[in-house]
Ligand binder design. Structure first.
Ligand SMILES: [Zn+2]
Length: 282
């Protein structure tokens, strides 16, 4: 609680603290790491059925669970209810002391974990992390892409999130969940009118995907929407080209991708628990 008190005082003194999220860090278990295209799309393997059963830690409050479900539904509403992405049937008991980040890719359980203590492998300034496992194909070609095979969302319970507008708190839980779900589905960061922007400030809320987000996710899942993006919005969208599913021309390289939503603006990348990069984004 002392930590939270100090945290809050600091936030009050500073007019605006930029929250930054890392650019995705890729770990490629081959000598090709320097050649990867960091903007290559992430696309779920076509053997994955949706909705995925996204479980949640049993330590989430009833209100938090309601908010998780509501944000899952927002992604479905965004695509005119033509696809249900998330189902939530039960809790998942795995907690911080037993959580092994590396092994999450193999457990077959999709989950949103609420963690305290926060895993030592991850920076304490991360509000939330989405971890993707998969294979990077066609490295070096124009068809390079990452086939997602597994994903989990980790929420850092050392931060003070607010779940209702009357509750008070620093970070809007729904905003963070909606953003991380976007990563879960394969969205990268982008600028402009998007829930996937790489920085947010305390107290703000963005609780629905924007029109741009809706079209990005529809494109990714091959859903045709009845609405058309106005040209002005297309121009501001970083992903203008269509995202047809590329053909893998190779076996691909294993990747574990961590996308962090951080509270201090610093970005640290780790691969297999070893720090490989450290920088400030803004
Ligand atoms: Zn992010």
């Amino acid at each position: 609680m002392l930590f939270r008190g100090k945290m809050k005082s600091a936030l009050l003194l500073i007019a605006i603290i930029i929250l930054s999220a890392c650019v995705p860090s890729e770990e490629v278990k081959e000598a090709t790491a320097g050649n990867i295209n960091k903007n290559a799309p992430y696309i779920w393997t076509n053997t994955q059925t949706f909705p995925v059963d996204l479980k949640y830690s049993d330590s989430f409050s009833d209100q938090e669970i309601l908010n998780i479900k509501a944000m899952g539904a927002e992604w479905t509403i965004a695509v005119e209810e033509k696809k249900i992405f998330f189902d939530h049937t039960e809790t998942q008991e795995k907690s911080s002391p037993t959580l092994n980040l590396d092994s999450l890719g193999d457990d077959g359980i999709f989950a949103i974990y609420k963690l305290k203590p926060w895993p030592k492998d991850l920076p304490g300034s991360a509000l939330a992390v989405t971890q993707l496992f998969g294979r990077r194909h066609n490295i070096g070609s124009s068809n390079e892409f990452v086939r997602i095979e597994h994903a989990d969302i980790l929420i850092n319970d050392n931060y003070h999130f607010f779940n209702t507008d009357t509750e008070g708190g620093e970070y809007d839980f729904k905003t963070v969940i909606l953003h991380e779900m976007g990563h879960f589905l394969g969205l990268l960061h982008k600028t402009g009118d998007s829930i996937m922007i790489d920085s947010i400030v305390p107290g703000i809320n963005k609780r629905s995907p924007t029109q741009i987000d809706a079209h990005d996710i529809a494109k990714k899942f091959n859903i045709s929407l009845s609405t058309v993006l106005p040209m002005s919005r297309v121009a501001s969208s970083a992903a203008k080209k269509t995202e047809s599913v590329p053909l893998a021309t190779d076996a691909g390289s294993s990747v574990r991708i961590i996308m962090e939503l951080r509270a201090d603006g610093e970005c640290v990348h780790k691969e297999n628990g070893t720090e490989t990069q450290r920088h400030f984004l803004r």
